[in-house]
Each structure stands twice: as structure tokens, then as C-alpha cells.
Design a protein around this ligand. Structure first.
Ligand code: SF4
Ligand code: SF4
Length: 206
């Protein structure tokens, strides 16, 4: 019978750790994690996630590429920074969580129907068109994302909020047809394109 000492330990696969170090913002910090669990215990939402930050960092070092990049845990981070102020090794955990989410999205591995990812893409698309967010179009897009009937039902459920916004002049129905644009929407679009170009160049050099 094998004693525990006789079972060879599985070697760590460092390829994925190196990939994270090169491709993920803050990735070079993962190796500094000492698995103390403070971040997992401090995260106000962590117990509802499949993978806490502590677990994700351990999985990266263990080479569990697919499980990490397909996890939806990093999309759930609310950027509260609780973990960052408590981490004894000073890891930029929030940056890492968002960096992992962005990397999994770039690779097309992020869970497609993950609500935070869905909202981020809608928000960015909405903002990039006019250089400012058209809240009415963004809200209606969210209400109707699961079909017409679901959209009408959500609208009805939220009618009191909508009416309150109308009465207080915080909602203008004409924004649906000809929303405000910022003065220099083209400038904002050029700025976003430049940021993407710099990011792509940075990744190529990594
Ligand atoms: S608190 Fe810091 S060192 Fe501790 S498990 Fe979390 S990331 Fe690692
Ligand atoms: S920053 Fe994100 S991972 Fe850290 S404690 Fe807050 S929600 Fe949790």
C-alpha cells in the first residue's frame, strides 16, 4: 500500500503563471501570494463565488488555465479594495481580478452570459457612440435583452421609478430618438482607439 510519502507530488505547471505574468495587468504579483487566505476572508462577496482571489492565485500557479479563464469570479469583484488593504504581501488584488477578467474576455473564454461582462460591453458601446452615456437607451437595452415580453415585464415592474424620474425631469423620453452627444464625440472615439492601440502594442512587446 502506498504511504502518502510514496505518492509523487504533481509538479507545478509554470507555463500558465508565465502567461499571466506577461499578459495580465498586475500578473507579476501572483507568485508573491503566500496563500494566507486573508483576501478570501475579507471579501464581502467571496463566499458566494466559486473561486476566491486566494484560490484563483493558487490555481494559476498550479497551471489550471481553463478553469481560471472560464471562471466568473473575477467578473464579480466590486473593487471595494478590502482585500488590497489587508493583504500582508501587498498584492494589487483588485487590479489582478479585473486584469484576469479582461484577459479571459480577449481570449473569448469569459462566460458569455455573465451579467457584469454583458453590462460592461453595453456600457462601453453606448458611451463610445456619443462620448457620453445615454442612460435611457442603456436601461432599455438591459430590460429587453431577454426578449420583448421580458422587457415589457421589467418595464412594468420598474414603472414607479420611471415615473418618478419623469416627474423630477431626470428622464427625457426624447433621448431615445436624438440623445445628447458630448461636444467632441469624435475626440473621445479617437482617444479610445489610441488607448486600444497602445494596449495592443504593449501586449505584443510582453
Ligand atoms: S491576502 Fe494576499 S497573500 Fe494572502 S492569500 Fe490573499 S493575495 Fe495571497
Ligand atoms: S476588491 Fe474585489 S476581490 Fe477584493 S475584497 Fe473587494 S470584491 Fe473582493
Amino acid at each position: 500500500m502506498n504511504t502518502p510519502a510514496a505518492v509523487p507530488a504533481k509538479p507545478y505547471h509554470r507555463d500558465f503563471l508565465r502567461e499571466v505574468e506577461a499578459q495580465v495587468e498586475g500578473g507579476e504579483w501572483v507568485k508573491m501570494c503566500m496563500q494566507c487566505g486573508v483576501c478570501a476572508g475579507s471579501c464581502p462577496l467571496g463566499r458566494h463565488w466559486e473561486h476566491t482571489p486566494q484560490k484563483l492565485f493558487m490555481m494559476i500557479r498550479a497551471g489550471q488555465r481553463e478553469a481560471v479563464l472560464r471562471s466568473d469570479a473575477m467578473w464579480m469583484c466590486t473593487s471595494c479594495y478590502n482585500c488590497v488593504v489587508r493583504c500582508p504581501r501587498k498584492l494589487p488584488i483588485t487590479t489582478l481580478m479585473h486584469g484576469l477578467a479582461a484577459y479571459s474576455h480577449r481570449l473569448g473564454l469569459a462566460p458569455k452570459m455573465q451579467p457584469t461582462r454583458d453590462f460592461s460591453l453595453r456600457f462601453l458601446g453606448n458611451f463610445a457612440r456619443a462620448g457620453r452615456v445615454n442612460e435611457l437607451k442603456l436601461t432599455l437595452g438591459l430590460y429587453f435583452k431577454d426578449g420583448f415580453a421580458a422587457g415589457v415585464r421589467r418595464g412594468w415592474e420598474m414603472r414607479h421609478v420611471g415615473l418618478g424620474l419623469l416627474r423630477s425631469k431626470r428622464l427625457n423620453p426624447f433621448e431615445l430618438f436624438r440623445g445628447h452627444r458630448c461636444k467632441d464625440a469624435k475626440g473621445i472615439q479617437a482617444m479610445l482607439a489610441k488607448a486600444q492601440e497602445i494596449e495592443a502594442r504593449r501586449r505584443k512587446q510582453a
